[in-house]
Design a protein around this ligand. Structure first.
Ligand code: 5RP
Length: 235
């Protein structure tokens, strides 16, 4: 195990169930975050126990380091080309399998990897399931150049969508801006509720300076939701 803290039983249950979906010879996308980390741990256990041959693409430097440290083969997505399956966590999952991702600032690579896969499966605990997206602050990755102007453009777009005065917050850690694996910044949109996610996604994608937003619409094929008692449900 690569975690030093105790493993959350709900996340562990979802991760174990997802490992069962992996078949020998697959090209596999590895997600980012605490649940994806547990999945990678469990996957490595199975790969070594069964002598499986897998090629993995990672959604972050952190997961690539974890996976390689556990003896998994991680290659550049450019060299792999296309993936059979990606397993990743999520910050919110709605009943239509639309997601908010990016709590770990990795949603740009996560979306590239997920959309280069035949199937994307989310692993999450029950707390991530929502009726409607938006309580989790929506991450938007933006270019550092002119980011305050980009933030103003985002605020204007929100005004047009009747989401005026919602805070758009530069993500910081230890008093410093968070820098993504691609060298960009994250703006977190505190929306409370998203009335029309496709409309918001289109509006954000149209703004110069926005690299990618954390709305994953019509990308996820299955969500495996773990519960504290170790059971799982599928959405
Ligand atoms: C990273 C992500 C993660 O998948 C998401 O934040 C969920 O993380 P965790 O499993 O730690 O709750 O989108 O960008």
């Amino acid at each position: 195990m690569s975690q030093s803290s105790p493993v959350d039983p709900a996340k562990d249950a979802a991760a174990r169930a997802a490992v069962a979906l992996v078949q020998n010879g697959m090209k596999l996308g590895l997600g980012t975050g605490s649940t994806a980390n547990i999945f990678v741990d469990r996957l490595a256990e199975r790969v070594h126990a069964e002598g499986m041959d897998l090629i993995c693409a990672s959604t972050s430097k952190a997961t690539a380091e974890q996976a390689r440290g556990l003896g998994l083969v991680v290659e550049d997505l450019n060299d792999i080309g296309w993936l059979d399956l990606t397993i990743d966590g999520a910050d919110e999952v709605d009943p239509d399998l639309n997601l908010i991702k990016g709590g770990g600032a990795a949603h740009l690579r996560e979306k590239i990897v997920a959309t280069a896969s035949d199937r994307m499966v989310v692993v999450a605990d029950q707390g991530k399931v929502v009726d409607r997206l938006g309580a989790f602050k929506l991450p938007v990755e933006v270019i550092a150049f002119g980011w305050k102007t980009t933030r103003r453009q985002i605020e204007r777009a929100l005004e047009r969508l009747e989401l005026a005065d919602r805070p758009v917050i530069l993500r910081e850690k230890d008093g410093q801006p968070v820098i993504t694996d691609e060298g960009n910044l994250i703006l977190d949109l505190d929306l409370g509720q998203i009335p029309d996610a496709p409309q918001l996604a289109r509006a954000l994608s149209a703004i110069a300076g926005v690299v990618e937003h954390g709305l994953f619409l019509d990308i996820c094929n299955l969500a495996i939701i773990g519960r504290a008692d170790g059971s799982v449900v599928e959405l």
